[in-house]
Design a protein around this ligand. Structure first.
Ligand SMILES: Cc1cc2nc3c(=O)[nH]c(=O)nc-3n(C[C@H](O)[C@H](O)[C@H](O)COP(=O)(O)O)c2cc1C
Length: 313
């Protein structure tokens, strides 16, 4: 998610779940080809398994970007066919490509030919006045014919004409049943459902119908729910929240020593203790102090004191 799932966020999430697959923010193929690659694509080895999400509609550029992703060590390359922003539409990629399934198929075919990594697609169920019964199946079948077998479906339309990107995440109604039907009809494809899933109970319900669940806002705004993912879905040991926070704190300390700013490192932590005693003080202490010049690890440790002392008391 743009501006959210940067490397610090993914490291925090990885401290909370060893098994969930993590995704980068969308990076355009042009940015990969012409931008500062280390800044755009660099990640911590701890983040695996990690997918790079690309945006674009030029098969040759996407193929080259996928090759670069493979060289960087990503585990998967995902093509964005879901983002509704104007900037994205004017570049002819994201959700508007729901109207151009053959272009998407050409893109994923070129990416698959370029790399041995899994190439996957994240899409909507349709855009604007499209008939979603048709648009989702057509997009998926075109990509499947080009060899893609994994699809993450944000189960609502994007209305490109009239709604802001934010509204497009909430206003068009969710149609999970359509995604379930498409999975039932195509049992060999791996279908993940996304959109409006806020709890692991809800995730478990969806898993009766599809192969996977993708969490967006809930994972960012309430990251603590990730601490139950390994035990609940992967048969692994439960993750202790405080041990995970300690592990992330050590990461913060190492990054500060390399010159990173505290402010960007603590951003994904702000929602960690929501609803728990001391959460407001924790957030306020970080918000007020982490951006100060020279702010160091002590600011984070003091903030953690507000939630941990409450627990001990
Ligand atoms: C701040 C923000 C940035 C997002 N950026 C991306 C993105 O880069 N690529 C993408 O596929 N979806 C992006 N999304 C959409 C989410 O991945 C997801 O599809 C959407 O929020 C619905 O799922 P949710 O209800 O679990 O959040 C973004 C969402 C938010 C809130």
């Amino acid at each position: 998610m743009m501006d959210w799932t940067d490397s610090p966020c993914r490291v925090l999430h990885r401290c909370l779940t060893k098994h969930a697959r993590l995704y980068t923010e969308m990076v355009t193929a042009d940015a990969v080809l012409h931008g500062d690659r280390v800044r755009l694509l660099g990640f911590d080895a701890f983040e695996h398994p990690l997918a790079l999400q690309l945006g674009g509609s030029d098969p040759a550029k996407l193929a080259q970007a996928a090759r670069i992703a493979a060289d960087f060590g990503y585990d998967e390359v995902n093509l964005n066919v879901g983002c509704p922003s104007d900037r994205v539409q004017s570049g002819r990629f994201g959700a508007c490509l729901m109207r151009e399934p053959n272009v998407v198929a050409d893109c994923v075919a070129a990416m698959r030919a370029a790399v041995s990594l899994p190439v996957t697609v994240k899409c909507r169920i349709g855009v604007d006045d499209q008939d979603t019964e048709q648009s989702l199946r057509t997009l998926i079948d075109a990509c499947a014919a080009a060899g893609v077998s994994v699809f993450a479906v944000h189960a609502r339309k994007a209305w490109l004409d009239g709604l802001s990107p934010k509204e497009n995440r909430d206003v068009p109604p969710l149609d999970y049943e359509l995604v379930y039907r498409v999975k039932r009809e195509r049992p060999r494809l791996t279908i993940l459902v996304n959109g409006g899933i806020e709890t692991l109970d809800q995730a478990e319900d969806h898993l009766r119908h599809v192969d996977g669940v993708m969490l967006g806002r809930a994972a960012y705004q309430n990251p603590v729910l990730l601490a139950d993912v390994d035990a609940r879905f992967f048969g692994d040991a439960p993750v202790d929240l405080e041990a995970a926070v300690d592990a992330y704190t050590e990461h913060v300390e190492r990054q500060l020593a390399c010159g990173a700013r505290l402010h960007s490192l603590i951003k994904p932590m702000l929602g960690l203790y929501n609803g728990r005693p001391g959460a407001r003080l924790f957030r306020r202490h970080l918000s007020e102090n982490a951006a100060r010049h020279g702010a160091g690890i002590a600011v984070l440790r003091e903030a953690l004191g507000f939630v941990r002392e409450r627990r001990a008391a």
